[in-house]
Design a protein around this ligand. Structure first.
Ligand SMILES: Cc1ncc(COP(=O)(O)O)c(C=O)c1O
Length: 384
């Protein structure tokens, strides 16, 4: 702890779980270890029957009438979604400025131009009014991210998309299990993606899922996930040995799918636990001066409780004070226009500017208990 005080904030060392209350911790059920062991002893360790089973069970749970395609990462699924949405070099899209770089980077692979939309200061989700200002005849898609697990204003985004006859692509990397006006995230838009990276609700080590509502896109999605090859034909030995479109190596492995299936079977408990922890934060920080939780007031949508984010006064002091009390906190995501490769700083994002130095993510992971969160809230209530 002494060392921490001497260092500038951006050099604060990562905290180990035995040092206090950490931001993130992977959620790997015991059954995952047994299931992975079986896979490792069998014939299929790459993409095989477990992947198919995971896709089937995931779709039944989250996709409505859509199809789920398991891939190697959430980023892979975003890239696939952008291709399947028909985006190509020179096209323009609207995408949130505040997100993981994974939402934006695939546009660079494709030569797609993007316009960053500002945040809604109450949720840090995409600001619908700004999307309205940005949208024009050149816009080919709207991308939204359900920040922290709270769904965006989907009705409003869909209304804009309908007017311009363009798709909404949902980045639901944080939002597994969230609902919007009674509908599951996953059944609302033509494309919805999820991430199973190490610290998500469900992890496959690294992995992702793309839910596609249009069945006519599934065969193409499966091909471009695998070099452009029709894998099932190849396996039957009748493949004519031609590839006519650019594909990638974006498949999930049976090792990952075995982890994913085990976690999916426990998902209801995982989600309920995380949501309960979020409620403890809401109660514990209600009315506390100098801190306001983000996305904690909506009644028409449910929060998947992946992140607990707050706007705080004097963020640096707040982080130091928490760390002195053995509580980790962090920013997690940064405005994407801070990166040169993404075009650098824009000057038309006043809400992002206004929260940039004040948002902070508090510990929320499946291993934490209600008592842990109460301790965090008690500590914050002492003042920093
Ligand atoms: C909002 C968001 N989108 C996309 C991704 C990319 O997912 P992955 O790390 O599985 O590629 C992440 C994070 O990991 C994310 O937080």
């Amino acid at each position: 702890m002494e060392k921490v005080k001497e260092k500038p904030m951006n050099e604060m060392p990562v905290m180990n779980e035995n040092e206090g209350i950490v931001l993130f911790y992977p959620n790997v059920p015991k059954t995952a270890i047994e299931e992975v062991t079986k896979v490792l002893q069998g014939r299929w360790i790459g993409q095989g029957p477990r992947v198919a089973q995971f896709e089937k069970e995931f779709a039944a749970r989250f996709a409505g009438n859509g199809t789920a395609l398991a891939v190697g990462s959430g980023t892979d699924s975003l890239h696939l979604a952008y291709i399947l949405a028909g985006l190509k070099e020179g096209d323009e899209v609207i995408t949130p400025v505040f997100t993981c770089t994974a939402t934006t980077i695939p546009f660079l692979y494709m030569g797609v131009t993007f316009r960053f939309a500002d945040v809604d200061p109450d949720t840090l989700n995409i600001n619908v009014n700004h999307v309205r200002q940005l949208v024009n005849e050149k816009t080919k898609a709207i991308v939204c991210v359900h920040y922290g697990g709270l769904p965006c204003d989907m009705d409003e985004l869909h209304a804009i998309a309908r007017e311009y006859n363009i798709p909404v692509i949902e980045d639901a990397a944080h939002a597994l299990g969230a609902t919007y006006k009674g509908k599951k995230v996953g059944e609302i838009s033509p494309f919805t993606m999820y991430s199973f990276q190490a610290i998500k609700h469900i992890t496959t080590g690294d992995g992702g899922m793309l839910v596609v509502q249009d069945k006519s896109l599934v065969a193409k999605a499966e091909r471009i996930r695998w070099f452009g090859i029709d894998r099932s034909n190849k396996q039957k030995g009748i493949w004519e040995n031609d590839i006519t479109e650019v594909g990638y190596k974006y498949q999930m492995t049976d090792i990952g799918a075995a982890m994913g299936l085990a976690a999916l079977h426990e998902f209801d408990e995982t989600l309920a636990h995380r949501q309960k922890l979020f409620e403890v934060y809401k109660k514990g920080l209600k009315g506390v001066a100098g801190i306001k939780l983000i996305g904690a007031t909506h009644t028409d949508r449910t929060h998947a409780a992946w992140l607990c984010t707050a706007i705080v006064e004097r963020r640096e002091d707040f982080m130091k004070f928490l760390r002195e009390n053995k509580i980790e906190s962090g920013q997690v995501h940064y405005r994407n226009d801070r990166y040169s490769v993404l075009g650098g700083r824009r000057d038309d994002l006043p809400f992002m500017d206004s929260i940039e130095d004040n948002y902070i993510v508090l510990p929320l992971n499946t291993h934490l208990t209600e008592a842990n969160i109460e301790f965090v809230c008690d500590t914050i209530r002492k003042g920093w």
